[in-house]
Design a protein around this ligand. Sequence first.
Ligand code: MGD
Ligand code: MGD
Ligand code: SF4
Ligand code: MO
Length: 567
Amino acid sequence: MNSNNSIACPLDCFDTCEASYNDGKIKASSSHIPTNKKLCVNFAKLLKEETFSTAFYEKKEISLKSALKILVEKLKNTKAVKTLYYKGSGNLGVLQSYPKTFFAKYGSVFTQGGLCDNIGSHALETSRGGANINPPLEYLINADVIICWGRNFTVTSSHMYKLVKDKIFITIDPMTTPIAKKSELHLQIKPKTDHELALLLTQMLYLNNIEDKEFINEHEGHKFYELACKRSIDSYIKTLDLKIEDIHSFINLIKGKKIALMLGLGAQKYYEGASIFRSIDSFAASMGLHNTSRSAGGVWYLADGSYGYEKQLSVNPKKRVDISCIDYSDYDLVFIQGGNVLVSNPNTQKIKEALKNTFVVFFGTTKNESCEYANLIIPASTFLEKKDVRLSYGHEYKSISYVHEYNDDKISEYNLSKYLFEAFDYEGLKEEEDVFNYYKNAKAKSFEIKNYNFINHFEIKNLYEIKKENEYFFITSKAKNSLNSQFTKDESVYLHPNNIYASAKRIKLLSLYGSAEFLVVLNSDIREDCVLCYSGNKYANYLTPSLSDEVAFSAILQEVLVRIELP
Ligand SMILES: Nc1nc2c(c(=O)[nH]1)N[C@H]1C(S)=C(S)[C@@H](COP(=O)(O)OP(=O)(O)OC[C@H]3O[C@@H](n4cnc5c(=O)[nH]c(N)nc54)[C@H](O)[C@@H]3O)O[C@H]1N2
Ligand SMILES: Nc1nc2c(c(=O)[nH]1)N[C@H]1C(S)=C(S)[C@@H](COP(=O)(O)OP(=O)(O)OC[C@H]3O[C@@H](n4cnc5c(=O)[nH]c(N)nc54)[C@H](O)[C@@H]3O)O[C@H]1N2
Ligand code: SF4
Ligand SMILES: [Mo]
């Protein structure tokens, strides 16, 4: 399938598209099933993006050679335990992990947990005996009804959506997303009430006698049902802000049908996000979605794309620090690869202050907000200038990139690692060709879920119980025309037109963790008790907590309530 002219889209996206490169012309692949002859607006922007053409030291242009010398000198004169290695998700190719192998050997502190799917992934791994994997794409195509639960399906995986666009959809989301508008049923629940909905729906499965008795008996699933029965149907309906008719409609739509459940990040961005996620997955298990005798439907999430491969660049750093609570000023040198910490990580104000007090090395392709604080910028080769393999977290099709353009003023992740290994006289760097060929040719183990564990106990502090009248839930999710902090900038806050601040041009949002001003945009797709800022909004994370969740060391970007003031 992959000829030597193929290119993999490097962006952090479910679809993992593939294209071809001929004499500078780029064309979407027709043989890569998810791509299906189309690329997206973000890919088009990536191609037009202005990338670094030189290195910088203290904001002055220098040669790549000088920049690498400064890096080596700095690393040699700094205690390794006082350095931090940070990898963002600007390029998701497998070879992007090469620098990890140097920094682990050198002794840098690494991050643990994540800003993204990690809480949900931890939950699914806990329930499913260690594996977070998706069923084959064919099972999605064979489903009758697709439930989008906290996943902005048409926007964040537009190619996967196009493969199934004519199915019946149900959406569970506090926002009226585009897929909610296309759905037969939209359950517009309050944020952070998904566990309650999962319990209510489980009760209804049993009442309608449509639970998967065989799977439940085999895996002690009755304990989850007992948990579900601790509250009455009426009391769930009240706190969820739904009507009982909605729940009957849900059951009628799924009865006797092949169901695919598309899980997104939405329900897991909270302190007890793992328990919330396990509740949803246990509901799915009660419906029989993990029953191995199925050949249609199942549960999809941001799966571990490398599951079933022998990890080629895995490392074992001596120390790790939670990504959501890094104090950058604890380190004498911070190496940031392919990330925009100032915009993407929680508690922007704290990061801003801390970055001023350390030596920051930025290794990336383009200028971003974090570069403002970089003492040294090392220009990374773009995805057209290096080879790589992309494994997908959305489906089982990988895509391959060969080298199509050349530029000696930049350096690839492999070549930087090679340079550093040599400068430090380290041994053991794996050959780029070997790692590339392994991932290109190896076939991952096939899909299976072993030893399913239903959740049977949790304690969750409900945000709606502590929310005051003048406070709002803070929703922060993905936008169509940007890829996290890359490409289009949207610095607005979105409010429902009935919000008492609807007539203001600008407002200030305040949380326990910080405050910032925003331009106001009105949109009736948002619940009246919520406000929304898209990912990449450079003010959004002034409001979010630098705290980790209960079990996965990960960011809890929506475990926060906000107040509004006029600026
Ligand atoms: N165009 C585009 N595509 C992208 C990205 C991008 O930036 N732009 N980013 C990529 C990345 S990094 C990722 S991780 C994926 C993420 O893809 P998705 O999982 O689709 O990501 P989100 O947009 O964060 O959240 C999904 C939905 O959760 C809803 N939500 C918020 N709170 C709750 C809640 O409490 N309960 C429920 N049920 N729903 C809730 C939001 O309203 C939103 O519609 O997308 C990838 N694809
Ligand atoms: N408020 C809020 N915050 C969020 C989110 C949200 O929904 N709301 N979403 C979170 C999620 S899910 C994620 S995944 C993170 C993403 O956050 P980040 O990891 O910060 O990712 P990006 O914003 O895409 O920044 C990527 C940077 O990588 C660099 N880059 C691109 N290609 C390459 C390359 O080939 N090599 C190197 N070395 N560098 C490259 C570019 O310079 C670019 O600026 O943000 C998280 N933060
Ligand atoms: S849909 Fe995703 S993978 Fe496909 S081209 Fe766009 S950003 Fe890349
Ligand atoms: Mo993400």
